[in-house]
Ligand binder design. Sequence first.
Ligand SMILES: NC(=O)c1ccc[n+]([C@@H]2O[C@H](COP(=O)([O-])OP(=O)(O)OC[C@H]3O[C@@H](n4cnc5c(N)ncnc54)[C@H](OP(=O)(O)O)[C@@H]3O)[C@@H](O)[C@H]2O)c1
Length: 345
Amino acid sequence: MRTSEPHSTDSSSTGHYTTDSMIKILLFVVFVSAATANPHFHGKAPRIELNDGNSMPTLGLGTSKGGVKGNEVQLAVEVAIDAGYRLIDTAQLYKSEDQVGRAVKNKILDGTVRREDLFILTKLWNDKHAKHLVVPALQESLKQLDLPYVDLFLIHWPVEDFPNNTFGETDYLDTWEGMEECKRLGLAKSIGVSNFNVEQLERLLAHAKVRPAANEIEVNPNLTQKKLTKYCKDRGIVIIAYAPLGSIPASKNNKDSPAPHLDDPLLTEIAEKYNKNTVQVVLRYLIDRGLVPIPKSTTPARIEQNIDLFDFCLTPQDIQLIDKFNKDYRTIDIPEWRSHKYYPF
Ligand SMILES: NC(=O)c1ccc[n+]([C@@H]2O[C@H](COP(=O)([O-])OP(=O)(O)OC[C@H]3O[C@@H](n4cnc5c(N)ncnc54)[C@H](OP(=O)(O)O)[C@@H]3O)[C@@H](O)[C@H]2O)c1
């Protein structure tokens, strides 16, 4: 190899390179390739473009803590990162940000992942809607997460509500100005909303300086959300699908919850065709519709199964069959907020 240093006089050189410099170059090449081309860093889920030039993984881990004990969220996030998840969904409400932060730190320290390969998402809670409270609320989240920025910050609900169960009347357009300030300050790379309906998005888009990058809403076979998902897709707003399993989880799978359940015959038939299970079929259904599901699990084997989806896809006919489960049934509805003027459902 002869590329430079034509005046080298070292007798132990190979061509014009010393053995030492050859080793240094080799180590440098190995280091650069490991740092830039290690596919492991990028995880298993391909990324989807956001309307602000950023991108996010097409599947993530949910971390709400209902029924979760001790440090189970931290362990789940660590298992998830090892399994190839790069998107982690948390929220001020879940009180899981500290555990997510510890897991992220551990996985960066042990060399599994770099910060820039992860996509950490958190959400503003309903009692921090006043414009001047938004930046401090995100700063508190960043303290909990022990991170200098999040990749996406969402308004959790359009409804302002306080711990003493009284409503506030802050307009979510004012809250949005606080969100825009978070992006301007570099505390959030992207900003968006959650649980916003078409009318609220329409109003937001008419006033916003920064368009929302995403809307996180419930979508699953019982609640296909065709109108809202089309509206968002047409405007470049990514839909993040929460409660993606609908009635499938044992806790929601009671005699009152509508099909499909875990052993549903149609889902089983589709699953057998691809050598997958029914949960994987439901998650793939969402991905094939261009949505980003964020299934929650603290069970290592399920965490691994739930991302083992990128070696098959459903046919349009499979998707149409699963669409037929729709009955606009919500697993998340908050009846006590129904009288709030911005309640979205
Ligand atoms: N923006 C919002 O307003 C909002 C609202 C609700 C939820 N979210 C987010 O969305 C995430 C997901 O929603 P979710 O937690 O309500 O519902 P989900 O992800 O649809 O279901 C979670 C339940 O499914 C079980 N499960 C997971 N994988 C499974 C598998 N392969 N087989 C059988 N059971 C499985 C889990 O049990 P184990 O843990 O025992 O495995 C858990 O009980 C939340 O964690 C949260 O991050 C956002």
